[in-house]
Design a protein around this ligand. Structure first.
Ligand code: SAM
Length: 211
């Protein structure tokens, strides 16, 4: 997924009004950025942005923030953003490891994690976006009734994530290892990775976690 050295990507990020620079300054103040009281939904590791861009168009009364670590990928999301109307979608080039630096207590109403990097080595488990360390971060920024929604085709990562939810003391609102053939599928918006992996026959797993 990482497109190294996409020419001008950093410059495009710096110049775009859809990419928020220095997001730390908006901690606890994101409603002011959107200039309304609508709920805030974020996607961590949004990649090329199809999922969140589609949701933002479908749900004008929800505010969306897409977070991506690399400019070289984020620029693809920015190209999509520039083609749509609406003031309810911004992007951040940011490492989610520091997510508590940019959102205040209970400021976020929903967190989407889609096809997150698996970090297969045990010693890198803390880097997985569904590790208990990440759930502790989400606990700080997520509204009491908020939820984390996670999709993947990686069975090992899904098993790890189910365990993490338990270890973090959260509960599962739902979980399935065959989302596309389940009753939960209605209204699903496919991500780039979801399209790719479901088209080669990989079953898609999904969970929703709450406290
Ligand atoms: N969600 C997209 C999809 O389903 O098509 C992209 C999936 S891709 C495998 C994972 C993305 O998460 C990559 O673009 C990667 O750069 C980003 N990512 C991984 N760790 C991250 C972190 N700590 N903070 C922000 N983005 C991260």
């Amino acid at each position: 997924m990482r497109l190294r050295n996409v020419k001008g990507a950093r410059e495009a990020m710096a110049e775009s009004s859809f990419v928020i620079q220095n997001p730390e300054q908006y901690k606890g103040k994101w409603k002011e950025v959107f200039q309304n009281q609508n709920p805030i939904h974020i996607e961590v590791g949004m990649g090329k942005g199809k999922f969140i861009t589609t949701l933002a168009q479908q749900n004008p009364n929800v505010n969306y923030i897409g977070i991506e670590k690399y400019s070289s990928v984020l620029i693809r999301a920015l190209e999509k953003r520039e083609k749509i109307e609406g003031n309810n979608l911004y992007f951040l080039r940011f490492d989610a490891e520091n997510i508590t630096d940019i959102f205040g207590k209970e400021e976020v109403d929903r967190i989407y994690l889609n096809f997150s990097d698996p970090w297969p080595k045990d010693r890198h488990a803390k880097r997985r976006l569904t590790s208990k360390e990440y759930f502790a971060r989400y606990d700080q920024i997520l509204a009491k009734k908020g939820q984390v929604e996670f999709k993947t085709d990686n069975q090992e990562l899904f098993t790890f994530s189910l365990e993490s939810v338990k270890e973090a003391g959260w509960y599962l609102e739902m979980s399935t290892r065959d989302y596309h053939n389940s009753p939960y599928i209605e209204g699903n918006v496919m991500t780039e990775y979801e399209e790719k992996f479901s088209s080669i026959g990989n079953p898609i797993c999904k969970l929703i976690a709450k406290r």
